[in-house]
Design a protein around this ligand. Structure first.
Ligand SMILES: [Zn+2]
Length: 374
């Protein structure tokens, strides 16, 4: 609260030194957030270097601020005279300077007063919206989440995080639904605009790191691992050097784990325990060929771009093998692939040094069904 305190103190003693041109600022009243019966005026202290500077003012209600934010409840909860006595007054209400950016303050107050607007983020599950960059998290989310974190507005914070986790899920089923939605959408979009359909993982990592949302990070880091490979995301530029290190280490661990999974599978029995070997050839041989295909791909591409998609593709290969595999081995291998995907997903936090940061239920679904395969 140091910022807020120092800002309040600054406004306590207006005119103590001679004003210079750089002190001058134009005050603008917010159109949306100026309630005549409000009992407090929030004023932003713009940091823009433009002279004269603009300061936005919002006439709002102490009760509303205190209801949502512990920090404001503490300020207003003390002896009334203490806060109001030291504050500059305007239009019958005390003025409180906030050092935060005007864009952030507007977004945050709108979330308090007009919560439905905050829920309007179209999201990746919606159809393509005519070229809009709906892959980016709206900047209003950044501002709202930043200030909800800073001023301890737990309810608003939870709302925003829930919305973010819809797009950067903790469970594989939701990840698969998003990928399916993306796959359904891409054919409807001109090819030059495909990039705009992929959610920006770099954008999410920046926000999650800045506002402490660890649960969104494993899926965002995973996506960035694939995105960098596809060269369709400039998200790396948003990472600090430490985060970049976490990312590259995690990406390497992810692909090593996937390679080992493939190796273990192909070195295993490669057939169901109840294999009836009714096919045209031995089931273990057919399965071995399948994995050789995967191995060959890895050699060509040096690493697979999207291991979860790769394993998800394998059941189709089994189906394509037709009668070459007995029905028991077909069922068995498909259930093994589902297990592999789930295992890889649950290990994502560990790859990116997040195992101790995410919630303990990260990766666990209530319904343990393979949503990837309808
Ligand atoms: Zn078999």
């Amino acid at each position: 609260m140091a910022d807020l305190d120092s800002a309040a103190n600054a406004s306590t003693h207006p005119g103590k030194r001679a004003r210079t041109e750089s002190d001058a600022f134009i005050v603008v009243k917010s159109q949306d957030l100026w309630f005549p019966k409000g009992d407090i005026i929030i004023r932003t202290t713009s940091e823009a270097a433009v002279i004269p500077r603009t300061r936005m003012m919002y006439k709002v209600h102490k009760d509303i601020l205190a209801l949502h934010c512990t920090a404001f409840a503490d300020i207003f909860g003390g002896p009334q005279a203490a806060f109001e006595g030291v504050s500059e007054q305007d239009e019958g209400a005390p003025v409180m300077d906030l050092p935060d950016a005007e864009e952030d303050v507007s977004a945050f107050l709108k979330a308090l007063y007009f919560p439905t607007e905050t829920k309007l983020h179209p999201g990746v599950l919606n159809p393509y919206l005519g070229g809009e960059k709906w892959n980016l998290i709206p900047s209003s989310y950044h501002g709202t989440l930043r200030l909800a974190t800073k001023y301890d507005a737990a309810g608003i914070r939870r709302l925003i995080i829930e919305a973010l986790l819809q797009e950067w899920p903790t469970v594989l089923g939701q990840w698969d639904r998003l990928r399916q939605a993306l796959a359904n959408t891409l054919p409807l979009v001109p090819e030059e605009n495909h990039w705009s359909c992929y959610p920006s993982s770099g954008n999410m990592i920046r926000l999650a790191m800045d506002c402490n949302v660890p649960d969104a990070l494993p899926s965002a880091f995973y996506d960035l691992s694939c995105a960098v490979e596809d060269e369709r995301d400039d998200g790396l530029s948003l990472l600090t050097s430490k985060e970049l290190c976490t990312f590259t280490t995690g990406q390497r661990a992810l692909y090593t784990r996937f390679s080992n999974m493939c190796r273990d599978f192909s070195n295993g029995a490669c057939r169901s325990e109840t294999c009836s070997a009714q096919g045209k050839s031995d089931c273990a041989d057919v399965m071995g060929e399948l994995w050789q295909t995967v191995a060959a791909f890895q050699t060509v591409a040096s690493r697979p771009s999207d291991p979860l998609a790769w394993i998800g593709f394998l059941p189709q290969c089994v189906d394509a093998s037709g009668a070459a595999l007995c029905s028991q081995c077909q069922r068995w291998s498909k259930s093994e692939f589902i297990k592999m995907r789930k295992a890889l997903w649950k290990e994502l936090p560990g790859f990116f040094s997040l195992a101790n940061s995410v919630t303990t239920s990260w990766g666990y679904e209530c319904e343990d069904r393979g949503l990837y395969y309808p």
